[in-house]
Design a protein around this ligand. Structure first.
Ligand SMILES: NC(=O)c1ccc[n+]([C@@H]2O[C@H](COP(=O)([O-])OP(=O)(O)OC[C@H]3O[C@@H](n4cnc5c(N)ncnc54)[C@H](OP(=O)(O)O)[C@@H]3O)[C@@H](O)[C@H]2O)c1
Length: 258
């Protein structure tokens, strides 16, 4: 199911806020980066392919009144704690604050039986999809706590909660991410932590994974990006009545319906 926005993101809702988006070169990450920039945020575009990040940077530069974005290249599969710390330090030094982190990047190899997963794919997938988001959020935490209504959004998918065959390390990483966020939120870290299931989208990941399905059968990532971006607004906790709890974006609480 593709989530609908809890409430539309008001114009200028993210003005003066700084949002770091991983996987900003493509798909949901790119759509989220553009949506946040359109709402006035300064967006840090994190990803591993510089040409894709530059293309997103240029698209943001063409938006009227959007603050200039920043590019931070990083391969999350090979990043160390030090890399995460350096990234967050640089962002805060250059931009003065950090309000939100969106973890949209994900490593996906292919569908295969668990017993056929290569050790290298296992390591790369868990590094990019669970270790890196954890370490980046941990490094960002003091800064997210220092602003009003800081938050982190971890993008997962249906396989995070419904066991699926042939999802290999990817399925394991998404289930682990959901468990991590749920546990972390219970510890009341002083920021909102969300898991967000965008539903099927017309992106490279989906089209590679399901080559027989017509691309038009999937919504564009701009649709879930609208719902995701709405979670980043300073008054999102109030509007969605979700405080600092885990929020399942594909199953919004009835009281938050527009
Ligand atoms: N597409 C769907 O139908 C669907 C459904 C449910 C959930 N999701 C989730 O939505 C999120 C976004 O996926 P998408 O469909 O937008 O995929 P996508 O278009 O393939 O984009 C994935 C992005 O992640 C980046 N990335 C991958 N590995 C990386 C690494 N090691 N370091 C840094 N960046 C890395 C990619 O960079 P490069 O472009 O440089 O490779 C790309 O920008 C993922 O978490 C995915 O699991 C997708």
């Amino acid at each position: 199911m593709t989530p609908t926005p809890l409430m539309p993101l008001p114009a200028e809702a993210l003005r003066d806020r700084v949002v770091l988006v991983s996987g900003a070169g493509a798909g949901l990450g790119r759509a989220t980066a553009l949506r946040c920039a359109r709402a006035g945020a300064t967006v840090v575009l994190l990803g591993r392919t510089i040409s894709k990040l530059e293309a997103c940077f240029d698209a943001i530069a063409e938006l009227p009144d959007a603050p200039e974005a920043a590019i931070y290249p990083m391969d999350l599969s090979g990043a160390s704690d030090r890399d995460m710390h350096d990234c967050i330090t640089r962002v805060v030094e250059e931009l003065g604050r950090l309000d939100s982190v969106v973890h949209a990047a994900a490593h996906w190899q292919d569908f295969r039986a668990m017993s056929d997963v290569l050790s290298s794919d296992w390591a790369n997938t868990l590094a990019a999809n669970i270790t890196a988001p954890w370490a980046l959020t941990r490094a960002a935490l003091p800064h997210l706590q220092a602003v009003e209504d800081g938050c982190a959004v971890f993008v997962d998918c249906e396989c995070a909660h419904t066991p699926a065959a042939f999802h290999g390390a990817f399925g394991v990483s998404k289930a682990a991410s959901r468990a991590m966020v749920a546990g972390w939120a219970l510890e009341n870290p002083g920021i909102r932590l969300h898991t967000f299931d965008p539903g099927p989208m017309r992106t490279t990941m989906r089209l590679l994974g399901y080559p027989g399905h017509p691309a038009e059968s999937y919504p564009l990532p701009e649709i879930p990006a609208e719902a995701l971006s709405a979670l980043l607004a300073p008054d999102a906790a109030h509007r969605a009545q979700i405080a600092s709890q885990v929020h399942w974006a594909s199953d919004p609480p009835p009281s938050s319906a527009p």
